[in-house]
Design a protein around this ligand. Structure first.
Ligand SMILES: NC(=O)C1=CN([C@@H]2O[C@H](COP(=O)(O)OP(=O)(O)OC[C@H]3O[C@@H](n4cnc5c(N)ncnc54)[C@H](OP(=O)(O)O)[C@@H]3O)[C@@H](O)[C@H]2O)C=CC1
Ligand SMILES: O=CC(=O)O
Length: 325
C-alpha cells in the first residue's frame, strides 16, 4: 500500500504517532498554537487523513483540502464538524464512542455529589483558614442518596450515569429520550418520561446530550421555570445546550440550588464569565474524559480508526462513512 499524507492537528502520544509514521508521512501542526497555524494551512491541500480534536472543521476549511479521505476525531462528540459538507465530499468521519463512557459518567457523578455536598465551597473554607469551630446549618449540604435524578440524553453516558445513581445511590431515575429505549436497569429503577416531567420531578437534572440543531439552547428560561425549587443542574454534554444567561438567572433568583458544569457556551470560559466565581457554580475545564487511561484509549482508538480508513477497511467507529477513494 502506498504511503499517504496525514495531518495530525492535536498532540498525540509518541507511540500512536509512531504507529501512523510506520505507514504514512506525517505533518504535526496544531492550529490552536499560533506558531503552527501556517504549517497546518500548508498541509491541508495534500492531507489524505487528519487526526485531532477540539478544532472547528467547517466548509471553508474543507474547501482547502483536495485529497482528504478521512478525519479521525479524538472525541465522541462530532459537533465541531460540518457533517453535511463532509458527507457531500465523501469524507469519512471517525470518532471514539464507548472507551470514555464510564470515565465521563464518573465525572458527572462527581459533579452531582460535589454540588450537593458543597465540596468546593467547604474545601475553600478550610484552605482559607476559616474553620475555627463546628460548622453551622447554613453550611450543610443536601443528601444525594434517595433523591430523583433526571437524565436528558439517555445514550451510552446517560445510561452509565443512571446505573451509578440507581444501583449505587438508590436514586429513582427519570430519563427522556426521543427514540424509545429500555432503561437497561432492573424493573422499577428507572422510568421514561417527557422532557417536562423530567424537569418538574427531578432533584438533579443531568444533561448529557450531543450538540445538534435540535438541542442547541434546549434548556432556557421556560425549562428552568419548570424545575423544582432547589434542584441542581449538571451539564456534562455540550455547553450550548444550556442557555447560560437563563442558568445564571435561575441561580440568582434562587430557583436552582447549584450547577455543576464541565462544558460551556464558549470554551475556554472567558475571563469575565460570571460563572467562574459564582458561589453556586462548580465549573470544570471540560475534563469529562480526562484521565490518563481514557485519553490513552481514545487516542489509540482514533489512531486505529485513521489507519483502517486509510487502508480502505472498516474503522472501529465511523460516524460518517466515506467513499473509499
Ligand atoms: N464533558 C465531556 O468531556 C464529554 C462530553 N461528551 C458529550 O456527551 C455526548 C453524549 O455522548 P454519548 O452518550 O457517548 O452519545 P450517545 O450517542 O450514546 O448518546 C446521546 C443520546 O442523546 C440522545 N439525543 C440526541 N438528540 C436528542 C434530542 N433532541 N432529544 C432527546 N435525546 C436526544 C440520543 O438519542 P437518539 O438515539 O434518539 O439519537 C442518544 O440517546 C457527546 O455527544 C458529547 O457531546 C462526551 C464525552 C465527554
Ligand atoms: O467532549 C469530549 C468528547 O469526547 O466528545
Amino acid at each position: 500500500m502506498s504511503r499517504k499524507q496525514v495531518l495530525v492537528y492535536r498532540e498525540l502520544p509518541v507511540d500512536q504517532l509512531a504507529r501512523i509514521r510506520l505507514e504514512h508521512d506525517v505533518v504535526v501542526a496544531n492550529p490552536r498554537i499560533a506558531g503552527q497555524q501556517q504549517a497546518f494551512l500548508d498541509a491541508l491541500p495534500d492531507a489524505q487523513g487528519m487526526i485531532g480534536s477540539s478544532y472547528t472543521i467547517d466548509e471553508a476549511l474543507l474547501a482547502q483540502t483536495r485529497r482528504l479521505e478521512v478525519i479521525s476525531s479524538i472525541s465522541v462528540g462530532v459537533d465541531k464538524f460540518d457533517l453535511p459538507a463532509l458527507q457531500r465530499q465523501g469524507i469519512a468521519l471517525c470518532h471514539t464512542p464507548g472507551v470514555l463512557t464510564d470515565t465521563v459518567a464518573d465525572l458527572i457523578f462527581t459533579m452531582v455529589l460535589a454540588s450537593s455536598r458543597r465540596i468546593l465551597e467547604l474545601g475553600r473554607y478550610v484552605q482559607q483558614g476559616r474553620w475555627k469551630r463546628s460548622i453551622a446549618d447554613d453550611q450543610f449540604g443536601w443528601d444525594v442518596h434517595g433523591k430523583t435524578l433526571g437524565i436528558l440524553g439517555y445514550g451510552r453516558i446517560g445510561r452509565a450515569v443512571a446505573q451509578r445513581a440507581a444501583m449505587g445511590f438508590n436514586m429513582p431515575v427519570l430519563y427522556h429520550t426521543r427514540t424509545p429505549v429500555p432503561s437497561g436497569l432492573p424493573e422499577g429503577k428507572a422510568h421514561a418520561a417527557s422532557l417536562h416531567e423530567v424537569l418538574e420531578q427531578s432533584d438533579f437534572v443531568v444533561v448529557v446530550l450531543p450538540l445538534t440543531g435540535q438541542t442547541l439552547g434546549l434548556i432556557g428560561p421556560e425549562e428552568f421555570a419548570l424545575m423544582k425549587p432547589g434542584a441542581i443542574l449538571i451539564n456534562g454534554g455540550r455547553g450550548p445546550v444550556v442557555q447560560e444567561e437563563a442558568l445564571l438567572d435561575a441561580l440568582d433568583r434562587g430557583t436552582l440550588r447549584a450547577a455543576g458544569l464541565d462544558v460551556f457556551e464558549v470554551e475556554p470560559l472567558p475571563a469575565d464569565s460570571p460563572l467562574i466565581d459564582h458561589p453556586k457554580v462548580l465549573a470544570l475545564p471540560h475534563v469529562g474524559s480526562a484521565t490518563h487511561e481514557t485519553r490513552l484509549a481514545m487516542s489509540n482508538m482514533a489512531t486505529s480508526n485513521l489507519l483502517l480508513a486509510l487502508q480502505g477497511r472498516q474503522p472501529l467507529a465511523a460516524y460518517l462513512p466515506g467513499t473509499n477513494k
